[in-house]
Design a protein around this ligand. Structure first.
Ligand code: HEM
Length: 376
């Protein structure tokens, strides 16, 4: 056996289903068990898979778009993500990102701030409330402001995004009728899209605005909403008001402990070596922000919520809530803007207190709180 043929370690399997059953019922436990076998480990899912979580693994998988392709990866399994830039591989991916990136840059988005602030003020909660549905509602509104200047039929947007709030298999089911209605509404909005909205910017980029915006909304909604629910939960746990200068650290620590994209996937297009092991062509290659962010070798006391960790920038490829490289989240700056705007308005206008909740993460299409997060 050559050194390259050394097999990856793997967590215990249950023949004949391999790891597939546990992947469906307790994927986080399975990943954590695998991580104890080594920095990269094999899983027997419906196809051969290798998961890694070290910075070296992340660098390899996220930087080499030619070897690690999107075609055949997990995002194809849900109609919400199977399209537009998410579906594309190079050279189409490079072309699409070059066209789409400018309006999603930090500077370009800052003009949206006043309208977003106003929308949060109008949605402020009173009394006791569950942060999970509240966050979902406010993120929907903010996305409607950012993409459509607030002019999009709210019930249709809610109906379109609702399956993303539900358990497996809801986010994975095809809904051709609903998608057709959404496409038609997007086409109508395109005709009247006002300058300054993301819809108009995507249209002017020359991209297929209907598909790109529909996919962006699917990628944006539950990721941002779940992050916001946890962010408010931890804000409410702070004994003192959090000064505005520390909001960014609070957000980064939330994204570290609860990275909504808990696992990302590619398909290996050619035999590749990693740490003396061979990743064969055709392997499903997974990287896991969840494992990287909870690695005690990278983050001391990883389970403690400590925003001060981010007083200094983290080392490369140790903090990847939005992935990295040319496929880094298109909406990273938008998500951060939405989340920091809510944090700013809520901390200015309200003092939140935790009432009861179940913040433990649960892995579906994205990472979500296991139960309600009730605040007052
Ligand atoms: C806290 C909120 C968010 C998190 C944690 C998050 C996380 C991620 C991650 C990890 C990826 C890479 C997936 C992969 O490797 O396959 C990604 C990609 C993507 N995200 Fe986000 N995202 C968030 C919000 C948003 C928002 C607001 C948008 C709206 C534009 C968005 C649009 C996208 C798109 C279009 C991609 C695909 C990029 C590409 O393949 O080139 N995301 N996101």
């Amino acid at each position: 056996m050559t050194p390259l043929a050394r097999p990856f370690p793997q967590p215990q399997t249950r023949p004949p289903v391999g790891h597939l059953g546990r992947w469906g019922t307790e994927p986080l436990d399975l990943l954590e068990e695998g991580a104890r076998t080594g920095p990269a480990f094999a899983l027997r899912l419906w196809r051969r898979a290798v998961v890694g979580y070290s910075p070296d693994w992340n660098r390899m998988v996220l930087r080499d778009l030619d070897t690690f392709r999107s075609a055949g990866s997990l995002s194809r399994l849900t109609p919400y993500l199977a399209g537009g830039v998410v579906r594309a591989d190079d050279p189409a991916h490079h072309r699409q990102r070059s066209a789409l990136n400018p309006p999603f840059r930090h500077d370009a988005l800052s003009a949206l701030r006043p309208a977003l602030t106003m929308a949060v003020r109008q949605a402020l909660p009173t009394g006791e409330f569950d942060a999970v549905p509240w966050a979902a509602g406010v993120v929907r509104r903010l996305l409607a402001v950012a993409f459509f200047g607030g002019r999009f039929p709210e019930p249709l947007l809610a109906e379109f995004l609702a399956p993303l709030d539900r358990d497996f298999p809801a986010p994975f089911l095809r809904r051709p009728w609903l998608f057709r209605r959404m496409n038609r509404a997007l086409a109508r909005s395109l005709q009247v899209a006002e300058a300054g909205t993301l819809l108009a910017a995507v249209r002017d980029s020359g991209e297929d605005a209907i598909e790109q915006v529909r996919v962006a909304l699917g990628a944006a909604y539950d990721t941002t909403a779940h992050t916001l629910a946890w962010l408010l939960w931890h804000l409410a746990a702070r004994p003192q008001p959090v000064p505005a200068a520390e909001h960014r650290q609070l957000l980064d620590e939330t994204l570290r402990l609860y990275p909504a994209g808990w696992v990302g996937s590619r398909v290996c297009s050619r035999d590749t070596e990693f740490g003396g092991h061979l990743v064969t062509a055709g392997t499903l290659v997974l990287y896991s922000p969840y494992l990287t962010h909870r690695d005690a070798g990278l983050w001391p006391d990883p389970l403690c919520f400590r925003p001060e960790r981010f007083a200094r920038p983290p080392a490369a490829f140790t903090f990847i809530p939005f992935a990295a490289g040319a496929r880094r989240c298109l909406g990273m700056h938008l998500a951060r803007l939405l989340l920091l705007t809510v944090l700013e308005v809520v901390s200015h206008e309200r003092t939140l207190v935790q009432v009861r909740g179940e913040p433990r993460p649960r892995a579906g299409l994205t990472l979500a709180p296991s139960g309600p997060l009730v605040l007052r």
